[in-house]
Design a protein around this ligand. Structure first.
Ligand code: ADP
Ligand code: ASP
Ligand code: MG
Length: 600
């Protein structure tokens, strides 16, 4: 019989009435001929309450005991849900993570799933039961209870759907489906009918809390059909599935992280190995880094800026201080009170002017951009927290996301190409083959490494730190129809900002001409360029959240004395700009580092 997994979030099981409604859905599916597995979260704000309770006892609860505590929330829900199903006249049995056989690693509060045994669930389903599984929890090899991180029940549900080969995994929640942004913040946000795994993975990883980003990694890796649906009505929700060829809008959604912090290491030696040391230390502490910016070195020293979620700041600072000491940096500066706002969409790969429009709408609202980074399907900006809501609303209306088909900026006249690297994403077959050989369900998947040696870098420095600078630069470039690929704007120091970006080499002279007027406006600004750069992309699934991928990439480059000029990260790709002369060496070394066949 076909299996269906239904997951109910906290608000959808908050009280007896809602538990009964959820049980009715499960029973309906069972009577409709499915084998049903229900995954349940803790009721309402239970997990938050447990966190608060722990804080009343100690400011430093040990992670093992936190997991023991937090797992009780889901244990309560599964028992109640099973009772509700019994009341409706069907057989049901509740199981904790340990009873299902969800084996995880030992990283308490952020554990990753190693394997799930299906035996007990299969037997119970065969015997006619609805299986009610506790979300968010598992056990390590020593039988210590672990949890998967906040929001982790989505990941339990998709992982169960993957191992049970379920026909569908339904995520029941308190909204109609996936919206163009958080409908709580932007009431005009529009529900989308479907969204690709890649876009959803990026949105979730960049702050769209509606789905745990690791659940989308599972869905993509194991090809699980996911439908996010309202628990309170019969709305069809949103299908999360492989990308369709049809691109209706350039930007699919806006995500934000309200509490973001930035750390800058000042005065680092400009030599290979700096990024490697920093990333290795952050990775060892399991701190995911998102925006990473390294400025072009001046007088032999460079600054590196990266952002982390604000609640990770104390740990990240400890790591940064240690790395700074070993690298002999001059200073470590932390900035709080920031937010990160990102726009995500496949259409960006082929349309010019997306960055320009983003910067225009922010400038029109007088929002100063502190840092910019991009990847092929997203643009992220770091801004003051006081402007977070304004920026999200401005981006949402600036890209006309309330409309089904927004007006697309025209494809540029310059080289009319795709953004580099956009067409070489590894095939589903190759990914499936790699996934089938993983030793642990959540092991990283690096499916391809490619080099693009047809790009050039442009850097503008000595720019004032004012709203509207990025707009002026990228509007000028977009008007010439040049497709910009990577963009990095550094945190300003001493009131001066630096912006670097890459363009197809055939458009470099055109881009520099287009910038002439901007440079005249900002007296003292300087343009430099590097005609022959190599952009190396490591493609896979969940690359940013698997912090060790960046660490391994930088370690490998450093071991081969390759200097990194620019970096961008996404869940799908990590890219670095290096000298074109070193591209071949970098490719060979990275392919062997990640175990990819060098003859491909
Ligand atoms: P659950 O308890 O069901 O897991 P969550 O609170 O984790 O629910 O997620 C649902 C919430 O996610 C919504 O109430 C909504 O405010 C928020 N959200 C953030 N971004 C989005 C988005 N792009 N689309 C839909 N909801 C979003
Ligand atoms: N109860 C957990 C949390 O609140 C897991 C979840 O709801 O997905 O984070
Ligand atoms: Mg959730």
């Amino acid at each position: 019989m076909a299996v269906i997994v239904q997951k109910f979030g906290g608000t959808s099981v908050a009280n007896a009435e809602k538990i009964r409604a959820a049980a009715r859905r499960a029973v309906e599916a069972k009577r409709g001929g499915y084998d049903v597995v229900v995954v349940v979260s803790a009721r309402g704000h239970k997990t938050d309450e447990l966190v608060e309770l722990a804080k009343e006892i100690t400011s430093h609860p040990r992670p093992r005991e936190m997991d023991m505590l937090l797992s009780t929330g889901e244990q309560e829900s599964v028992a109640l849900m099973a009772m509700a199903v019994h009341e409706l006249g069907e057989e049901a049995i509740s199981l904790t993570g340990a009873q299902i056989g969800v084996l995880t690693d030992t990283t308490h509060t952020k554990a990753r799933i190693v394997s799930i045994s299906t035996k007990r669930m299969q037997e119970l389903l065969k015997a006619g039961n609805i299986v009610i599984a506790a979300g968010f929890q598992g056990v390590d090899a020593e039988m210590n209870i672990t949890t998967l991180g906040r929001g982790g029940s989505d990941t339990t549900a998709t992982a169960l759907a993957a191992v049970l080969n379920a026909e569908l995994c339904e995520i029941y929640t308190d909204v109609e489906g996936i919206f163009t942004t958080d409908p709580r913040l932007v009431p005009e946000a529009r529900k989308v009918e479907h969204i690709s795994y890649d876009e959803m993975l990026e949105l979730a990883s960049l702050g769209a809390g509606v789905m745990h980003s690791r659940s989308i990694e599972f869905a993509k890796k194991y090809r699980v059909q996911l439908r996010v649906r309202p628990a309170y009505s019969d709305g069809p929700g949103t299908l999360i599935a492989p990308e369709s060829d049809e691109v209706t809008s350039v930007v699919t959604g806006v995500a934000f992280v309200r509490y973001e912090a930035m750390i800058t290491l000042v005065g680092l030696p400009d030599q290979p190995g700096v990024m490697s040391t920093l990333f290795s230390s952050l990775s060892a502490a399991k701190i995911p880094v998102d925006m990473v910016v390294q400025n072009v070195a001046r007088e032999g020293t460079a600054n590196v800026t990266f952002t982390v979620a604000e609640d990770e700041l104390p740990d990240a600072l400890t790591v940064a201080n240690a790395a700074a000491a070993s690298l002999q940096a001059q200073d470590v500066v932390a900035t709080t009170g920031l937010s990160k706002v990102s726009v995500v969409g496949h259409g960006m790969q082929t349309h010019t002017g997306v960055a320009a429009r983003m910067f225009q709408v922010l400038a029109a609202h007088g929002i100063n951009i502190r840092v910019v980074t991009t990847s092929e399907i997203k643009i992220s900006v770091l801004i003051d927290r006081s402007r977070c809501n304004d920026a999200v609303q401005a981006a949402h209306s600036g890209f006309e996301l309330n409309k089904v088909t927004s007006s697309l900026p025209q494809v540029g006249c310059a080289s009319n190409g795709h953004r580099s690297g956009s067409v070489d994403v590894a095939s589903p077959e190759l990914t499936a083959d790699i996934v089938s050989r993983l030793d642990s369900m959540e092991s990283i998947v690096v499916s391809d490494i490619t080099a693009d040696i047809d790009q050039s870098r442009v850097t503008l420095s000595n720019l004032p730190d004012d709203p509207g600078i990025a707009e002026a630069v990228f509007t000028a470039i977009a008007e010439g129809g040049v497709l910009v690929d990577m963009i990095v704007q550094n945190a300003a120091r001493d009131g001066q900002a630096t912006i670097s970006f890459t363009v197809p080499r055939s458009d470099l002279d055109c881009a520099i001409l287009l910038l002439r007027e901007v440079m005249e406006t900002y007296a003292g600004s300087i343009v430099t360029s590097d005609r022959r750069i190599g952009k190396i992309s490591v493609a896979g699934i969940g690359l940013r959240s698997h912090t060790e991928v960046g660490a391994r990439m930088f370690r490998c480059l450093a071991a081969n004395s390759i200097n990194v000029e620019m970096i961008n990260t996404s869940e799908l790709k990590l890219c670095v700009v290096i000298s074109a002369n070193e591209a071949d060496l970098a490719m060979t070394q990275l392919r062997s580092e990640f175990g990819l066949d060098t003859n491909v």
